[in-house]
Write a protein that binds this ligand. Structure first.
Ligand SMILES: C[S@@+](CC[C@H](N)C(=O)[O-])C[C@H]1O[C@@H](n2cnc3c(N)ncnc32)[C@H](O)[C@@H]1O
Length: 398
């Protein structure tokens, strides 16, 4: 999908005399202008040296790219769990002619292979959940070089908790604290080896574990493990239930390959597994946390790992030339008309003829889709359910 359908505007950012032009997307963090916390953090980094920089949770790239533009920062890694953020950081690096920058998807530090960063920077995602924030703060230990610096900014409301976490952690030394109007910056270092990072709770998905939910399929409740930082952690949304119930009507059909777009905590993939027992499930979407939790829930529900593939990407096009029998798409509340149209176009182009596409979302989104289908004749509406949202079932014309 062309990432430009997400573009909101271009903004300017100045750092140490360099001016950057940044493309920003509507639903990335701080799309009006660079965040006040980001700018405060950058001011505290003026003159800080270090070749290798890790920007954790890079968004559209203001921290990592501003650093790449000045001083000695010649090797800058920018990571985010959101594929759209990664895409915009890449585009912004090119737009500003910045070399030595790599942007890639990572859930926390999980996909950062390299140790030895001289500087780790992060505008801490305030809504990630307390254990995840602690992980983002202290997990830097494994990636920072001996004597390296971690520099973070948090909103006021989190500052006391963050300072408490840093003070309590063995071997962490806060070397700077700076308060802005609504944010606080901390710079800190680790005394090497003081933190015990061998505890498995420090790695992988365990950090995100929040509780359990369930999805009902043909009178049975199937458990799903739920994560911090994703909706539907305690109860499933009505729209997700509608989607599962809509599929139920077709459960006798044979589905060999299914695609779930924006799989959330995993309720829909698990429902689909129980209804159709597909040979292969493809999970696609922007958010690595959704993709990994859904995969974990599918495996726990009995689908072998080898039968699941994951596409961390913007848009729904898998583009491997292999047909899909069933596609389920959960629309997010923030998706504009162009995004909806592109997702439906992607689904229509890869479902096999006679195969089905089922979508769920808010009523406005679903009304928009039904209008679109009036023009795009590839998908024919077979049924619609409504209750605090909508789900629509469509068939690809033979
Ligand atoms: C407060 S925003 C900061 C964005 C950008 N650095 C800036 O200063 O504008 C936090 C970013 O962290 C990302 N994020 C949240 N949780 C994450 C996680 N567990 N792993 C990786 N990225 C995460 C979000 O997608 C978001 O882009």
């Amino acid at each position: 999908m062309d990432a430009d359908i997400y573009l909101k505007q271009e903004i300017d950012l100045r750092h140490e005399g360099r001016s950057l032009r940044l493309r920003v997307a509507q639903d990335l963090f701080s799309s009006f202008q660079a965040d006040a916390g980001t700018r405060l953090l950058l001011r505290t980094l003026s003159g800080v040296e270090g070749e290798r920089v890790l920007d954790l949770g890079c968004g559209y790239g203001p921290l990592g790219l501003a650093l790449a533009a000045v001083g000695s920062h010649s090797d800058v890694h920018m990571v985010d769990r959101d594929a759209l953020a990664v895409e915009y950081s890449r585009q912004n690096a090119v737009l500003n002619g910045l070399g030595g920058v790599e942007a890639y998807g990572s859930l926390g530090y999980d996909d950062v292979a390299d140790p030895g960063f001289d500087l780790v920077v992060c505008n801490v995602p305030g809504k990630a959940g307390a254990p995840v924030i602690e992980h983002l703060l202290l997990g830097a230990e494994r990636h920072v070089a001996s004597g390296g610096l971690v520099a973070i900014v948090v909103v006021d409301a989190l500052a006391a908790a963050v300072e408490g976490t840093l003070n309590l952690a063995p071997g962490v030394e806060i070397v700077l604290k700076e308060e802005g109007a609504r944010h606080v910056v901390f710079h800190y270092r680790f005394l090497s080896g003081a933190l015990d990072m061998s505890d498995p709770g420090w790695h992988g998905l365990e950090v995100y574990r929040r509780g359990e939910g369930s999805v009902e399929v043909r009178g049975h409740d199937y458990l799903v493990e739920t994560a911090y930082g994703l909706p539907e952690f305690d109860t499933m949304a009505f729209t997700t239930g509608l989607l599962a119930a809509t599929l139920d009507g077709k459960h006798e059909e044979s589905v060999s390959r299914a695609l779930v777009v924006n799989p959330g905590q995993g309720h829909v993939p698990v429902a689909l597994l129980k209804l159709f027992e597909p040979d292969e499930v493809v999970l696609a979407g922007r958010d690595l946390l959704e993709l990994r939790y859904s995969r974990k829930n599918l495996v726990a529900s009995g689908l072998p790992k080898e039968q699941i593939s994951v596409a961390h990407q913007v848009g729904a096009l898998i583009d491997d030339g292999r047909p899909v029998d069933l596609i389920a798409v959960r629309f997010g509340g923030g998706d504009g008309p162009e995004v909806l149209a592109a997702l439906i176009g992607d689904a229509a182009s890869q479902v096999r003829s006679g195969g089905r596409v089922v979508v769920s979302g808010g009523s406005t989104a679903i009304s928009r889709i039904t209008k679109l289908l009036g023009r795009d004749k590839r998908l024919r509406v077979e049924g619609r359910r409504r209750k605090k949202g909508s789900a629509v079932l469509m068939m690809r014309a033979p």
